[in-house]
Design a binder for this molecule. Structure first.
Ligand code: MG
Length: 396
């Protein structure tokens, strides 16, 4: 892919969120998923501040997308390929990845919320950054699979990424642009529903048990990733790219209460933590309103109702995917692309009852040791390794 920038607009300006009418024009990729619907909830709290310019979604529910269009009246709608829906006559309908790219680079767009799942929106995020846009990034696969390419594009073209992943939003808030004074980043993890289960007990857990996350309301795939701790592994990789920090300086701590969303330790020993309710509308509103804080709709945390905050080391014997993620990150290149694609396929196989819970890391490790780790320099390289990995995983 040609690495060009279609705009010379400065990405560090805090003023790019508003057009001449003072309204922020939002392009929402993945509107019918969990983050997408919660983004629209936040937007509906601020009708004079935000306008939905484009909605892309419908993979899980075309009917939900139709209702969103009726309510928010976007100018553009992007549907999955070969999908149709009745739209108001003045709405422009686009399809598939081409459509995602087109709306992500609309001249009127101020913020592109990237909340698609998997690597569907990879090129759209890349091109939005190329056009100097602010990307509110909820999709971690983008940085896991193509972190160096995406961050280089943002730096070259003046685009900026504001994280929506709650831990990264917490780190972003605690960092406030500081780099050199940082000793390490500490990602907190709830530990998922199986934190206290033995290795033997883990063999028999069902998809339904794995889908009952104790704290967060999220999509199915990420809920399974929380149960295996792979979600935290992917977040370590995401943090490495987002904050340009060596993997050795990123730690994970199990914090079952989920009150502290992550911490930054500084060289003087100070630790800054961001805390609040476990509600995705908080990081979403932070990314939409940055640098201002705006109302999110989240129920405030009641400090006196907390009975205690605890912290413990993650157990990578019972949850080996976290270890595999660190290994893939230190190997670099294709390894994290393989890790991501193999895990996604293994999670779907588990959800469909084709493999057990403890087979997920076994299959990921098998893919990592079987697929040659070619260099990754372009998004095409990423796509090619992703396809190879999924072909390999078809033998499950
Ligand atoms: Mg997270």
């Amino acid at each position: 892919m040609e690495l060009t920038c279609s705009s010379s607009r400065g990405g560090n300006s805090p003023c790019q969120e508003e057009d001449s009418n003072g309204i922020t024009q939002v392009v929402l990729l993945g509107s019918t998923g969990s983050v997408g619907t919660q983004t629209l909830e936040v937007i509906s709290l601020h009708p004079r501040r935000f306008r939905v310019l484009a909605l892309a979604g419908g993979r899980n529910s075309v009917d939900l997308l139709r209702r969103q269009v009726e309510r928010f009246r976007p100018e553009y709608v992007v549907l999955p390929p070969d999908t149709e829906v009745e739209l108001p006559p003045d709405t422009r309908l686009l399809h598939g990845e081409h459509g995602l790219r087109e709306v992500a680079t609309l001249p009127l767009a101020d913020v592109v919320v990237a909340a698609t799942s998997g690597i569907v929106g990879l090129e759209a995020v890349y091109e939005a950054l190329g056009a100097g846009k602010r990307v509110a990034l909820a999709n971690k696969e983008t940085l896991v699979a193509a972190g160096s390419i995406i961050m280089a594009q943002a730096a070259r073209c003046g685009g900026e990424i504001i994280p929506i992943d709650s831990e990264h939003s917490a780190l972003f808030q605690c960092l406030q642009g500081r780099g050199e004074e940082v000793k390490r980043l500490i990602l907190s993890a709830s530990g998922g529903p199986f934190l206290r289960k033995s290795r033997e007990e883990l063999q028999d857990v069902t998809p339904d048990e794995a889908l009952s996350h104790p704290l967060w309301n999220m999509g199915k795939k990420i809920t399974i990733d929380s149960a295996t701790l792979m979600n935290k592994g992917l977040e370590v990789i995401e943090a490495r790219w987002l904050f340009n920090i060596e993997p050795e300086r990123i730690s994970v701590v199990i914090h079952p209460q989920g009150v502290i969303h992550s911490l930054v330790e500084y060289i003087d020993g100070a630790m800054l933590a961001q805390m609040g309710p476990a509600d995705m509308r908080m990081p979403i509103s932070y990314a939409l309103g940055f640098p201002q804080r705006i109302e999110s709709g989240a129920t405030p945390l009641e400090l006196t109702s907390l009975t205690g905050l605890t912290f413990e080391e993650p157990d990578t014997n019972r949850f080996p995917l976290l270890r595999l993620a660190y290994e893939a990150l230190s190997e670099g290149g294709a390894a994290t692309v393989v890790l991501n694609a193999a895990n996604e396929e293994a999670v779907y196989a588990f959800l469909e009852g084709r493999i057990g819970f403890c087979d997920i890391p076994v299959w990921v490790e098998r893919a990592l040791s079987s697929i040659p780790h070619a260099p990754v320099e372009t998004l095409e390289d990423v796509r090619e390794i992703d396809r190879k990995t999924r072909r390999f995983m078809a033998s499950i």
